[in-house]
Design a protein. Structure first.
Length: 354
């Protein structure tokens, strides 16, 4: 999460409890300089994972904790925000492949009486349900540590202005509903399904859906302007299946590599995942499939997702033979055009550079 919620509000020492990062190889030209520039622009710290074929580079700049001066480390956990949506979409599409639910099922079939109209699973995945956004509501903003239930979040979304049914409007409520449908269809908690289907099989040892705002291990501290360190201020319940996950750059990269290599979904569901519609999001012309964006770069199209959470911003995209994960730990820089220009240059280098 939360494209909208972001409007809301030393190596040895770190080695304990951390898996070793992969050996850096074939670093794209200028990537370290590009990361350093983001720190000069105002980000406390930056992590970049860049993959070229079988060669992986980890680039870091700045600090993970301003209070202690701990340097940024690619092995640290952080909040991945709306990158969680791609995990949710993958679980849903696996259930579709198993004929346990259908993209054409309505929400009402699984959650009778919860939302009006004939909103389908496909429309939830695609953000064409017309549902409003709960994350900017005053109750969410003023009670950041409250443990919200999915039904409470959906209820707040239903109080917001609706959008044209079938038109594209990004809403975190869509993915909260998908999490509820997964639980109804399987009879198990979403976290249990996530662990059983993705986290366990892929060996994502540093990825989790936490029940509290505490981190399960060493982590990147996140900041938001004058609010300071907001790493553990917001309950992950307000993101849940739309943006509540914690991970590392290596785990995120492993998941996305498996997904876009076709190892997680049958061919039919892979086609459904990447069947896109044109959208304009935050002023950018892009395409959106079922839980993934397709973005246009100078070297071709790339697939993935990005997300913002108080203190964190994450970006992960994959194209043939190349992959990048970028995260930084400050929200205030998002409004700086210079920072955004330099971020675009970094991601271009990571995915298209020689």
């Amino acid at each position: 999460m939360i494209r909208t919620l972001s409007a809301f509000t030393a190596a040895a020492a770190l080695a304990v409890g951390l898996a070793p990062a992969a050996r850096a190889e074939a670093r794209p030209a200028g990537l370290q300089q590009a990361a350093d520039k983001l720190v000069a622009d105002g980000a406390p710290g930056v992590i970049v994972l860049s993959r070229r074929g079988r060669h992986v580079s980890h680039v870091t700049a700045g600090v993970a904790d301003k209070a202690t001066g701990r340097p940024m480390d690619a092995r640290l956990r952080f909040r991945i925000a709306s990158v969680s949506k791609t995990f949710t979409a993958t679980v849903v599409l696996q259930l579709v492949a198993e004929h346990r639910l259908s993209l054409d099922d309505t929400v009402d079939r699984w959650l009778p009486g919860l939302v009006p109209g004939r909103i389908t699973v496909r429309r939830l995945l695609q953000h064409t349900s017309g549902l409003g956004e709960y994350a900017l509501d005053e109750r969410i903003q003023t009670q950041p540590q409250r443990d919200w239930t999915p039904r409470e979040l959906v209820g707040i979304a239903l109080e917001q202005p609706r959008f044209t049914d079938g038109g594209w409007h990004y809403s975190n409520a869509n993915y909260i509903l998908l999490g509820m449908i997964v639980e109804k269809a399987t009879g198990r908690s979403y976290t249990a399904e996530l662990n059983r289907r993705l986290i366990g099989p892929l060996g994502l040892r540093h990825t989790s859906m936490p029940a509290t705002s505490a981190f399960p291990g060493p982590y990147v501290h996140g900041y938001w302007g004058g609010y300071g360190d907001v790493s553990t201020v917001v309950s992950p319940s307000s993101g849940w299946t739309s943006g509540g996950m914690i991970s590392t750059v290596d785990d995120v990269a492993r998941f996305h590599r498996a997904l876009f290599a076709g190892r997680l979904l049958p061919r039919a569901q892979q086609r459904q995942l990447t069947a896109t519609i044109p959208v304009v999001d935050e002023g950018r012309a892009e395409d959106y499939g079922l839980g993934v964006y397709k973005v246009r770069l100078s070297c071709g199209d790339a697939w993935g997702h990005d997300g913002g959470w108080p203190g964190y911003r994450t970006w992960t995209y994959t194209r043939p033979g190349r992959q990048a994960v970028v995260t930084y730990n400050e929200n205030a820089v998002d409004a700086d055009p210079r920072f955004q220009k330099d971020l675009a240059a970094l991601t271009e280098k990571a995915l298209c550079g020689e």
